[in-house]
Design a protein around this ligand. Structure first.
Ligand code: PGA
Length: 241
């Protein structure tokens, strides 16, 4: 199965930057699958320029399908724009917006109901790792946030201390945590838990991608800073192939 490389643009990107998504679509060799989550404001334009070569998604959605939630965006609205997937539970949203595991579970369920694939993020902080709590934290996040269905579900293991820092875990540490995630998935979903892809995220760059993606049970990467230009994301995709 080819690796899945997902770009998360976070709160970056104006109209002109859609040209990068067009360049990603044009340069995609197909050795890795490429997905990109631009900000909400660029999704419709990104869908058009991606020309079916790249799947476009959202970085968040609300846990309800519609209603009195000023400023929020529903999963159905994303699907209506042509989005294919949505990221839920990113650590920046857990920290900035106080999202709980129950919130994340509701968002994942709403996304599935709207026909979107879900990338559900989990990961421990530096303090939790230094206290030996990393496995328990990640298992607890999964227990509280996994949706009812394993279909259309992808997990992203993103240690908080690796996001945007340039510091990455060793491939062995990544493999060990992916084994914990896999165990939680099969405990929850039975045999279907084997089919859920697990991504690694946190400071993935062209020069470390091959080592991180080569770790056991790493199905791809969730990439922040290095996903903002086509040159960089395509270099990661090439390393994945
Ligand atoms: P980073 O972000 O690649 O800039 O570390 C990853 C993420 O937050 O998904």
């Amino acid at each position: 199965m080819p690796s899945l490389i997902v770009g998360n643009w976070k709160m970056n990107g104006l109209g002109d930057d859609v040209a990068e998504i067009a360049a990603m679509a044009g340069g995609n060799t197909g050795r890795a699958q490429l997905w990109v989550a631009p900000p909400f404001t660029l999704i419709d334009r990104a869908v058009i320029v991606s020309a079916g070569q790249i799947r476009i998604g959202g970085q968040d959605c609300h846990g309800a399908q519609a209603g009195a939630h000023t400023g929020c965006v529903s999963a159905m609205m994303l699907a209506d724009l042509g989005a294919h997937f949505v990221i839920v539970g990113h650590s920046e949203r857990r920290a900035d917006c106080g999202e709980s595991d129950a919130d994340v579970r509701a968002k994942a369920g709403a996304a599935h109901a709207a026909g979107l694939e879900v990338i559900l993020c989990v990961g421990e902080t530096a303090v939790q790792r230094s206290e030996g709590q990393a496995d328990a934290v990640v298992a607890g996040q999964l227990a509280g946030s996994l949706p009812d269905s394993a279909e259309g579900l992808i997990i992203a293991y993103e240690p908080v201390w690796a996001i945007g820092t340039g510091t990455v875990p060793t491939p062995d540490d990544v493999a060990a945590m992916h084994a914990v995630v896999r165990g939680a998935l099969t405990a929850r979903y039975g045999a279907s838990g084997h089919g859920v892809r697990i991504l690694y995220g946190g400071s993935v760059k062209p020069d470390n991608a091959a080592a991180l993606l080569g770790a056991a049970d790493v199905g791809g990467a969730l990439v922040g800073g290095a996903s903002l230009t086509a040159a960089s994301l395509l270099a990661i995709a090439a390393a994945a192939g």
